[in-house]
Write a protein that binds this ligand. Sequence first.
Ligand code: ZN
Ligand code: ZN
Length: 344
Amino acid sequence: MLAAQYVAGYGIEVAEVAPRPPGPGEVQVEVAYVGICGTDLHILAGHMDERIADHGVIGHEMSGRVAATGEGVTGWSPGDPVTVMPLRWCGQCPTCRAGNEHICDHLDFVGIDSPGAMQQRWTVPQELLVPLPGALSLRAAALVEPVAVAHHDVVRASLSPGESALVIGGGPIGVLIAVVARTRAAEVLLVEPDPYRRSVASGLGIDVLDSGSEDLTGALDAWSGGAGAAVTFEVSGTQAGLDLAVAALGARGRLVAVGIHAEPRRVDMRRVFWKELQLLGARVYERADFTAAVELLERGSVPVDAIVSRVDVLAQAPAAFDSLARGGRVMKVLVDCGAAGGSA
Ligand SMILES: [Zn+2]
Ligand SMILES: [Zn+2]
């Protein structure tokens, strides 16, 4: 079978490898689609070489069907449509014991710390599987993981109907946060520098602003009626984005830190004090976010076709990564690993 491997200092190589049969408690999944995300681009840039094995298989956003089950596996049969929640935790550390297993002190993020989904057959522990409704296409189901990220972010914000939410950064996660926030009847505005990404968001009926526009402050003031935002989602991972996320909040506003910052940042703590702001980290997701993401997709609340810009077959995975790394007119890129048979 084929697998897309990360080769340090080179990039992505598609190689012929033997599938690993499922051991006790494991399930082998025939992979349909794998999404490529910003984290995968960080891997490619060599930023995670201390975590990922050379020739390791990457990919953590996927859909597929059960192909085979190992000894002791119950409740799963070949052909069942599934996705995988790519987190493994120890269950023993203080973080796990406090009920925060998803950010375990020894978290194994599958697709970075252990082999990922971008292969035709992928063997995982059964407890990672999440069932999919038969009516949901496997192409749409490839978005369950990023929708779960967005759902977790919105839950962390405790967003209520009618509240104003500013999303800073309009890539796939930013747009999905806006989409999920809208399902909670929030007043959403998204700022993004890239005109193509702005056009995708505005095509979905999301209000957008150019983060580079001259009178951004004035426009934000007009939007919030001078009150400032109730919630800001910092998705850009930049100092400028963080500055805006603090400056745009009104009294007792909540800043949700979603983007990955490559280094420690400055935060205007004077304003945090003055306006009684709250800073909230939001990392990955919990099982409930996965369940909610499946439901949102099943209900058709997520505009899958607008978000998926391109699908490449597994043999062409290097081109799929290139298209994302080059930027331009692209949002989410999927790799077709074959299980959907090109029809779903
Ligand atoms: Zn991701
Ligand atoms: Zn733990």
